[in-house]
Design a protein around this ligand. Structure first.
Ligand SMILES: [Zn+2]
Length: 291
């Protein structure tokens, strides 16, 4: 396997590195031949052709001066208790700049990648970075608590205990549930978890769902649907009944683990769908129409 260049990702604001890695591994395994080659070509040499090795990169650089503008792109703040996402109302940064949210970022970086087939004459876009941002943000937009309420910062200010240690509700969904699942069911081995999800996709419980997950007339606008799914899940399963200072343990874990796993798989399937379409080798260099 390729050498990983990961450093510890700041934990509080994203699917954990595990969530992003699994999302990207699923996606890369589902790429068609042509798009797979384009992805390998866009990756820097040190990634060894492994997209997942750089899928947490946007979390690592978001506080660097040069990339500070990307910080609002990891999430969406929606009105408290509304349990709804409205792109024109909600997709902006704290200053109100439009499109500066994870749904806008997915659309924007998808559109940038379409320039790949327009050759290298347009150098406004760094397509390697666009690939890494898109791959990361497709993970984030599927993490339900990344489309959360404004006042509690997507659950970040809701302090809870996860079993016996301190955490917060956002982090429970970013990472705690995944780590507990790895420890309880997969011998702490991400490859075993990945294998399980891939079996669910090929022959198991999700095999019949993939085509509906992939439905998308226009890849640059489907992100709103993913955000709506996330806020609905955040309301129904994330926030529901959780109070400040509460201890979350077996009951919460047992009823939420399958949701987390499904969202990771959906993110991977849909990332592959988008990459297969934007990188499709197609004679008129446009996105092929939906079939
Ligand atoms: Zn993120």
């Amino acid at each position: 396997m390729a050498a990983l260049v990961l450093i510890a990702a700041p934990g509080a604001h994203s699917w954990s590195k595990e969530g992003h890695i699994i999302t990207c591994r699923i996606a890369q395994s589902l790429l068609d031949e042509g798009p797979a080659e384009i992805v390998r070509n866009l990756l820097p040499d040190y990634a060894g052709g492994d997209l997942s090795s750089l899928c947490v990169w946007p979390d690592q650089i978001r506080h660097w001066y040069k990339y500070r503008w990307t910080s609002p792109l990891h999430f969406i703040d929606t009105p408290d208790k509304a349990c709804a996402f409205d792109y024109s109302r909600d997709c902006h940064d704290p200053e109100g700049t439009e499109d500066m949210c994870v749904a806008g970022a997915v659309g924007n970086f998808t559109a940038q990648l379409l320039h790949y087939h327009h050759g290298t004459s347009d150098r406004r876009y760094n397509l390697t970075e666009a690939l890494l941002f898109l791959s990361h943000f497709m993970g984030d937009i599927h993490q339900p608590m990344h489309v959360g309420f404004t006042t509690d910062e997507g659950g970040n200010t809701i302090q809870v205990r996860w079993f016996r240690h301190k955490s917060n509700l956002h982090h429970v969904w970013d990472r705690e549930i995944i780590l507990t699942a790895l420890a309880d069911y997969y011998e702490k081995d991400m490859d075993l978890l990945l294998q399980d999800l891939q079996n669910n996709l090929t022959t198991g419980i999700w095999a019949d769902d993939i085509s509906s997950w992939e439905e998308c007339e226009d890849p640059s606008s489907c992100s709103s649907r993913y955000a709506v799914e996330s806020i609905n899940l955040a309301c129904k399963w994330g926030y529901n009944g959780v109070t400040q200072g509460e201890t979350l343990a077996d009951e919460y874990f047992d009823s939420r683990m399958s949701i987390v796993m499904k969202r990771i798989a959906q993110g991977g399937v849909r990332l592959a769908m988008i990459l297969n379409r934007v990188f499709a080798v197609h004679k008129n260099h446009h996105i092929p129409p939906p079939t």
